[in-house]
Design a protein around this ligand. Structure first.
Ligand code: IMP
Ligand code: MG
Length: 179
């Protein structure tokens, strides 16, 4: 385990197993339909890369958006900026937003509203992690990888000030590492 973590929450093996389950479920639910995964950079990029390989069908496309809500802070600012927009026209498409973690829900609420305004045929959300009891909005996710405790977590794409994204597991960052 990395020395700046207090514990590992989800191991590489646990994540891999869960991502495969999510992929199989998504494949089943979208059988015979087109599907476009919209990944929210940068946190969800590793999750997306594994998830899309677990959705065993030709009918899946992907596109990317980048938003920023935190700066280098470990708490929600409530300000969401689009740093990179989609290249694809998603009107009339079945869209699945791929998120890394749902904390307050502010980022996702903003994103969903933005994407809905482009008139997709359907819109659902898959999030790898959901922080228990933290959601301030009525945002709902159809697919959830894991629920996790209310701590600042890093690894498997999740960062603190752009670091730790490359850890193959997810763990709790020691508050000493950011105070
Ligand atoms: P929300 O708007 O409060 O739901 O925050 C969502 C975004 O903040 C996520 O997509 C992450 O990029 C980031 N975030 C929230 N909690 C954590 C965390 O524990 N570790 C790393 N990033 C986080
Ligand atoms: Mg982030």
């Amino acid at each position: 385990m990395h020395e700046n973590l207090t514990k590992v929450l989800f191991t590489e093996e646990e994540i891999s197993k869960r991502v495969k389950e999510l992929g199989a479920q998504i494949k089943k639910d979208y059988e015979g339909k087109d599907l476009i995964l919209i990944t929210v950079l940068r946190g969800a990029f590793i999750f997306m890369a594994d998830l899309v390989r677990a959705i065993d069908t030709d009918e899946v496309e992907m596109d990317f958006m980048a938003v920023s809500s935190y700066g280098a802070q470990a708490k929600t600012s409530g300000i969401v900026r689009i740093l990179k927009d989609l290249d694809t026209n998603i009107e009339g498409r079945n869209v699945l937003i791929v998120e890394d973690i749902l904390d307050s829900g502010v980022t996702l609420k903003y994103l969903s509203k933005n994407i809905k305004s482009r008139n997709p045929k359907s819109l659902e959300v898959v999030t790898l992690l959901l922080k228990e009891g933290k959601q301030e909005t009525d945002m709902r996710c159809k697919y959830i990888g894991f629920e996790c405790e209310d701590a600042f977590v890093v690894g498997y794409g999740l960062d603190y000030a752009e670091k730790y994204r490359n850890l193959p597991y997810i763990g709790v960052l020691d508050p000493k590492a950011y105070s």
